[in-house]
Design a protein around this ligand. Structure first.
Ligand SMILES: [Zn+2]
Length: 149
């Protein structure tokens, strides 16, 4: 968390992984549609693209895992709350997410969990940085409560 270059690299790889994940789904749907329409050759072309994109996605996820390990060695993860707007509900981000608000307070995983569970706030998890696994990891490793009572 204390190395902005590491956080920036992680954010970039998460963005690429999210894009690849989306493309895999789109190519799979295209392949299934063509398969159902009896267009075997074109369906197989899309299936080949799916396999290649999944290979790239695995590489990105491996890199993200390595960077997260490096980041974990730097200290517990922090979170940020993006306030509600007229069109969007409040969103919870990892503090290093490119979509997180700049400046403002950061929160430990315990407070992030409280925000996520608040029935009135109705906080959503950011799709880009996917903060829930990081909250669960902090809870599992006993690093969730770092801010005191
Ligand atoms: Zn985010």
């Amino acid at each position: 968390m204390n190395d902005p270059r590491l956080a920036h690299r992680l954010a970039q790889h998460r963005t690429v992984a999210a894009w690849l994940h989306y493309q895999v789904g789109a190519e799979k749907r295209a392949s299934e549609k063509l398969q159902a329409a009896g267009e075997q050759v074109r369906a197989e072309q899309h299936a080949t693209v799916v396999a290649y994109l999944e290979y790239l996605l695995k590489g990105e996820r491996d890199t993200i895992g390595q960077l997260e390990t490096q980041q974990a060695e730097l200290g517990p993860i922090r979170f940020k709350l993006q306030p509600r707007t007229t069109t969007l509900p409040p969103h919870l981000h990892r503090a290093d997410c490119w979509m997180a608000p700049t400046g403002g307070s950061t929160y430990d995983a315990h407070r992030a969990r409280l925000a996520m569970n608040d029935a009135v706030l109705k906080v959503r998890a950011c799709d880009a940085c996917d903060p829930i696994p990081a909250i669960e990891e902090a809870e599992r490793t006993g690093t969730a409560s770092m801010d005191g009572p």
